[in-house]
Ligand binder design. Sequence first.
Ligand code: TYD
Length: 210
Amino acid sequence: MTGLFIALEGPDGSGKSTITSLLAEYFKEKGIDHIITREPGGTKIGEAIRKLILDTSNTEMCPETEALLYAASRGQHVHEKILPALQEGKIVLCDRFVLSSLAYQGVGRDLGIEEVKAINDFAIKEVYPDLILFFHVDPEITLRRKTRKIGGDRLEKEGNQFHNKVYNGYMDLIKLYPKNIKLIDASKSIEEVLAQSIAAIEEKLREREG
Ligand code: TYD
């Protein structure tokens, strides 16, 4: 049996990372074989690329380079880690995947959704998530969460205009590619967001068992 590929998506400050760790605990308790991973990164090569992309001193990085580096990290991730785990029947829980590139680089950086999708299609060879949990939260809330946080990486440091564009991009993408996307109301408490996420995963698992 092949495993289940789940991606978590959403704007910065939507709480994905917290829920990713809580879902890992849930899988452990249930004795479900899984791996937890993230993008950019997930492999030795991917983590090196991550450092390069998110380094705040890389102010001269052009959008094309940024998009190609995310896709390069993703290609390595899929071939080295995600695909083998799926072939072993594991659940793969990935913090961000292609939809992030379409929203941040395609829309946020104005490179075009189709253009960014093309380089990603090349990198990942059709390995798309079976389920995308999209953490929806009003941009005003993420902005408040963000301003409370000190520092931040190169992308997080982008202004509100960029992050609003990313949010609108995500909203368009949900309409454009609704397949396998489950909307999670991430404005709720952590417990409620976790419960919604678990319910979506269990529904998908039941669906697969047929
Ligand atoms: P992430 O590790 O999710 O940051 P955090 O855990 O701090 O929320 O992602 C780092 C940044 O990279 C984030 O601002 C989103 C951005 N990003 C893209 O622009 N394109 C992509 O394809 C991915 C995966 C992330």
